[in-house]
Write a protein that binds this ligand. Structure first.
Ligand SMILES: [Zn+2]
Ligand SMILES: [Zn+2]
Length: 266
């Protein structure tokens, strides 16, 4: 089993709509600088296993497989559910692709007509998962881990993805670190974690869209014996620039910035 990083940007992607900052301007002119919205594929080519974590607005660039065994959704936002729309009849007209989420995300999908149509037309079949109960399937155990992410209309869960050998934590979108969240990172062998901002000063409306700043996370997770990748990067984040001092600090501390296409052995 392997995981492949399919996207590393915050929900709005890079470039960000209507933004003329350096990172966005560069990304518009040079496609190699674009970053797709955060997503992960967990797969085993020999066994024909293929799961997707988050259905992003960039899904048509991210998914090349002709089959998907299931899509896990941690919450209901731009970066996590809008890709489902490409399973509809305007695009691939999928046949009963299983979607796994908690009841609150399921209700949110059912209450929104564009998504409701996917359910009514059998493009997707939405399966309830218990808030903290494991889901076992095809050599994987996936356990939703409740996290604090208060400003969204559904509850929010990270996922602990376990194979026989490895625990991978996918915790890409949280408001701040709790003790439990830190314990989960420490418990994992590999963790993809929220690296939206470098610092609180990075955007004016930080209070309304809080995320743990990377510079704090480096301290809080200092002792963890875990291979840690920062993802869900906002277009304002200085670590996007490989030559920045901030990037250097992350690497010197033994952490990584997630990059699209990177494969992790599970
Ligand atoms: Zn920008
Ligand atoms: Zn979110």
């Amino acid at each position: 089993m392997k995981a492949r990083i399919l996207g590393t940007a915050q929900d709005g992607g890079i470039p960000h709509l209507g933004c003329q900052c350096d990172a966005c301007t560069t990304a518009r002119n040079d496609r190699s600088k674009q970053r797709f919205t955060t997503s992960l594929k967990v797969f085993d080519e020999d066994k024909g296993v293929n799961y997707l974590f988050d259905a992003t607005p960039d899904i048509r660039f991210q998914v090349e497989d002709t089959y998907i065994d299931g899509i896990f959704l941690g919450h209901g936002e731009l970066g996590t559910i809008t890709g489902l729309l490409y399973l509809g009849k305007e695009s691939i007209n999928a046949n009963m692709v299983p979607v796994y989420c908690t009841p609150s995300v399921k209700e949110f999908l059912k209450d929104n007509y564009a998504f409701r149509l996917l359910i009514d037309r059998n493009n997707i079949v939405v399966n309830d998962i218990a808030e903290n109960g494991p889901v076992e399937m095809m050599g994987l155990t996936v356990t939703p881990v409740g996290v604090v992410h208060r400003y969204v209309p559904t509850d929010t869960h990270a996922f602990m993805i376990e194979t026989e050998n490895t625990k991978l934590l996918y915790m890409t979108d949280i408001d701040y670190w709790t003790e439990e969240a830190i314990e989960r990172v420490e418990e994992a062998d590999i963790a993809l974690i929220d690296g939206t901002f470098w610092s609180e000063e990075e955007i004016d409306r930080y209070e309304r869209v809080p995320h743990p700043p990377i510079q704090e996370s480096l301290e809080k997770l200092d002792g963890a014996d875990t291979e840690i990748y920062f993802t869900h990067l906002n277009h304002t984040n200085p670590v996007l620039d490989p030559d920045s001092e901030e990037r250097q600090q992350v690497e010197d501390a033994g952490f990584h910035i997630a990059e699209e296409g990177v494969e992790l052995e599970l």
